[in-house]
Design a protein around this ligand. Structure first.
Ligand code: ATP
Length: 251
């Protein structure tokens, strides 16, 4: 039995009178790829922001690796191994792929504090940056300027930046958003390669990708989890079909 890495208990987030997260409890097991799906406005972004530390819940607790992190600021969560890859592109557009990754490695390792020598000349940083480029499938594009990368490759780079923090859990917020079919396939391959190395919590609209990638899928509707299970269980769940998937998977 794998251990629970992330545990949410009774989480509530209100925007005025609107309850966007409604007494939500959820467990994510170490090593799993766990997806959260749900219709527009279900509360997915609100939930992931609370987990990442960008939004404070009104009630409930968030535990990561057994520790209560409910009120911990975002950077402290990153230090504990909880990294988020952003829905909004978050890279230095005028820098190369390698420099972007090297800067992220440097930020994690704290090398910028070693002011008596230029941190970026540290070959260990660049070695790790090259390894990351390889992991995310960008080894042939290390010298490309980030702004010249296709949308899908920029997303791969963002995953690389998150991996540079050496996370135990990666939060992926709609990584396939705005991608063509070919680009989505590449990202699916990348997430598949990460399987087992890092626990992944994935928010994604692309059903095909979710059903391919996630061992566990939780369906969020009006701020509540209405079902959790594997792809077959979710596909055949009557409440899910009614509330969300409709005819899309009924065939
Ligand atoms: N800052 C805010 N102030 C007030 N209401 C908000 C705010 N952010 C989100 N909401 C509302 O909270 C609910 C949940 O929104 P959220 O963006 O978390 O859903 P979502 O599932 O991520 O939606 P989408 O799939 O469209 O991105 C929605 O009704 C939304 O209008």
């Amino acid at each position: 039995m794998s251990q629970t890495l992330l545990e949410l208990q009774g989480l509530v987030k209100r925007y005025g009178g609107l309850v966007a997260t409604d007494h939500l409890s959820l467990s994510v097991k170490a090593g799993q790829t766990h997806a959260i799906i749900g219709p527009n406005g279900a509360g997915k972004t609100t939930l992931i922001q609370q987990i990442a530390g960008g939004l404070r819940p009104n009630e409930g607790t968030i535990r990561f690796d057994g520790q209560d992190i409910t009120v911990l600021p975002m950077h402290k969560r990153v230090q504990r191994g909880l990294a988020r890859s952003y829905q909004i592109t978050n890279i230095f557009k005028s820098c190369s792929v390698l420099d972007n990754l090297a800067l992220a490695v440097q930020a994690r390792s704290g090398s910028s504090m070693r002011f008596w020598r230029p941190a970026l000349s540290d070959s260990a940083i660049f070695d790790e940056a090259r390894e990351l480029a390889d992991t995310v499938g960008l080894s042939t594009r290390v010298d490309a300027i980030a702004s010249n990368l296709a949308h899908g490759a920029q997303r791969q780079l963002e995953v690389g930046l998150a991996l540079a923090t050496r996370p135990r859990m990666l939060l992926l917020d709609e990584p396939m958003a705005g991608m063509g079919h070919g680009e989505s396939l590449q990202l699916v391959e990348l997430i598949n390669r990460l399987r087992g190395q890092v626990t992944i919590l994935l928010i994604e609209h692309d059903m095909e990708a979710v059903f391919q990638l996630a061992e566990c899928i939780s369906v969020l509707v009006f701020g509540r989890i209405i079902a959790s299970g594997n792809a077959d269980e979710i596909r055949s769940n009557a409440e899910v079909k009614k509330a969300y998937l409709g005819d899309e998977v009924a065939a």
